[in-house]
Ligand binder design. Structure first.
Ligand SMILES: Cc1cc2nc3c(=O)[nH]c(=O)nc-3n(C[C@H](O)[C@H](O)[C@H](O)COP(=O)(O)OP(=O)(O)OC[C@H]3O[C@@H](n4cnc5c(N)ncnc54)[C@H](O)[C@@H]3O)c2cc1C
Length: 414
């Protein structure tokens, strides 16, 4: 019996287990998933919680029930991987041997890494929405906001879903307008980037949307500490941004055991070949989803497209054949923009987000880099697709690698 061990039963780990269970003979292969708890969260839904959009029940399901029959789930904290022995050690002392290992333990916010963030103002005037608890606490704080300075802040890149802080800002603008409070609340967007986003066309488009909404942008801001007594963010270059309500995205890091096991970079992400997701150091370890260091967005969509390529590659690699699939870094992200509209961006390692239609050229129905209601409905429909199509590992009729069909090159734009 050969043993596939998957660390992390989130988006990537669940899809991999369910897809491979169908493809690997049960008499030849065991599949085991390790996760610390039995609660699978639909994280994109956190964005809507502060604005009353979802309740926790809409976003949480039992992991066990999302995994196919024939996949074993161990509920335990991973303590370390011992690659030399092909063994994973759990915090409760159990040792789990493997033939192939997939690290799919994602990335998580670490507010303790920024001095001052977790002091007296945490969850009083300082919040995050990258955790369910944080999003719920922020809902209460927003409810009582009727004037002052609302600052949305990114500590450092990379973060998962890098458009989520922009989405939060657009939704806050719309929400305040609808309540007649927009004139009484100043909105500020503080980012370590030199603009709204990383890639030129998307950054220009999203930056213009911030300007239209009268959001003040503070770019190139590398936070050194939070002075919670004075309620200011302080940058390394001594710039200060005062706030009445701070919504921050803390430093995102991969799982600590990755670092302890000597498998990670300085942020505990596993260095992999960007096309096959195979560890650069170990021929029987892959890292899929947010846990790896590939140069594209950390997003559920990336995990999904990457898993499509990974599954066939895994079958080839584990039977001693060369891997023939090459993941291209394909990402697509809906960007909720308020008033029941959203944009969509679609890109990969080599092609920046371009305008056009998706997935069908000319027909769409989704529009790239353009705010439409159809995009908003697409974003909302995605939760259903996530639970019922993506996680069970059913096929979605979208190519894993990015297509240029329907996209307009910058020179074709008027
Ligand atoms: C606010 C927000 C909005 C988002 N919006 C979008 C969006 O619109 N579109 C999109 O594509 N993506 C979005 N994302 C990102 C998306 O949720 C993640 O990129 C995706 O879940 C990554 O999947 P993963 O399997 O790599 O990690 P995860 O799904 O996070 O799974 C990692 C798993 O590993 C487990 N784990 C970690 N460490 C250990 C350990 N030591 N021991 C045991 N278990 C461990 C965790 O419990 C977790 O279940 C959003 C994320 C957030 C926070």
């Amino acid at each position: 019996m050969r043993r596939l061990l998957i660390l992390g039963g989130g988006t990537a780990g669940t899809m991999i287990a369910n897809k491979l269970r169908r493809r690997l003979d049960r008499d030849d292969w065991s599949i085991t998933v390790v996760d610390r708890d039995d609660e699978h969260h639909y994280q994109p839904g956190y964005l809507f919680i502060p604005f009353g959009g979802y309740a926790p029940d809409d976003l949480v399901r039992s992991r066990r029930r999302l995994l196919a029959a024939g996949v074993r789930l161990l509920l335990a904290e991973v303590d370390r991987v011992r690659p030399a022995d092909n063994t994973v050690v759990l915090e409760d002392g159990r040792q789990i041997p493997y033939d192939f290992l997939v690290v799919a333990t994602g990335t998580a916010p670490h507010p303790e890494e920024t001095p001052g963030l977790l002091e007296a103002e945490w969850r009083r005037t300082i919040f995050d929405f990258y955790t369910l608890d944080g999003a719920l606490a922020l809902a209460d704080a927003l409810e009582s906001l009727d004037h002052g300075r609302l600052v949305v802040h990114i500590t450092e890149m990379p973060i998962k879903c890098p458009v989520a802080p922009l989405e939060f800002t657009f939704l806050a603008d719309a929400w305040l307008r609808q309540r007649g409070l927009r004139d009484r609340v100043e909105l500020v967007y503080v980012t370590p980037l030199d603009g709204a986003f990383t890639q030129p066309l998307a950054s220009a488009r999203l930056g213009a949307m911030l300007t239209d909404r009268k959001v003040l942008v503070e770019p190139d801001f590398i936070v050194e500490r939070v002075d919670s007594d004075r309620r200011v963010l302080v940058a390394y270059d001594d710039r200060e941004v005062p706030f009445d309500l701070l919504v921050t995205v803390p430093l995102n890091m991969g799982a600590a055991f990755v670092g302890r096991s000597g498998l990670g970079d300085e942020l505990n992400y596993v260095p992999v070949d960007k096309h096959t997701l195979l560890s650069l150091d170990h021929d029987n370890i892959f890292a899929v989803g947010d846990a790896n260091d590939i140069p594209t967005s950390k997003a559920g969509s990336v995990a999904h497209f990457a898993v499509e390529v990974f599954v066939d590659n895994f079958l080839e690699h584990s039977s001693g054949r060369p891997m023939t699939g090459a993941f291209d870094g394909h990402a697509n992200c809906f960007v909720e923009s308020g008033d029941d509209k959203a944009l969509l961006i679609d890109f990969n390692y080599d092609t920046q987000p371009l305008p056009g239609k998706y997935p069908l050229p000319l027909l769409g129905p989704l529009s790239l880099l353009e705010e439409t209601r159809a995009n908003h409905l697409g974003k909302l429909a995605f939760r259903h697709l996530y639970w019922h199509v993506l996680l069970p590992g059913l096929p979605l009729p979208l190519p894993a690698n990015m297509s240029l069909a329907g996209k307009k090159m910058p020179s074709e734009e008027t």
